[in-house]
Every structure is written in C-alpha cells, then in structure tokens.
Design a protein. Sequence first.
Length: 47
Amino acid sequence: MRRQTIRKPISKPTVRRERERSEEAQRRVGPRPEVRKDIQKTWWPEG
C-alpha cells in the first residue's frame, strides 16, 4: 500500500495576524515614507 499525503484544511487566520494586518493598514493611511521626494514630484506633482 502506498502512503498518501493528508490534505489539511486551510487554517483560518489567527487573531494575532488579523490584529497585525489592521495595525499595518492604519499605519499606511498617512503619506508614504518609502516614496523618494524626487520620484514623488514626478508621479504626484500636486502633492
């Protein structure tokens, strides 16, 4: 008899991961710090 791999059900995200995602989303609301100023003038001339 051959061994078969057991297919695990997809786990639901834990509460901690959900909280981390929501905190990241709140941090991203403001201006993007990773955008360089010279690139920002090219792509977002109004801002």
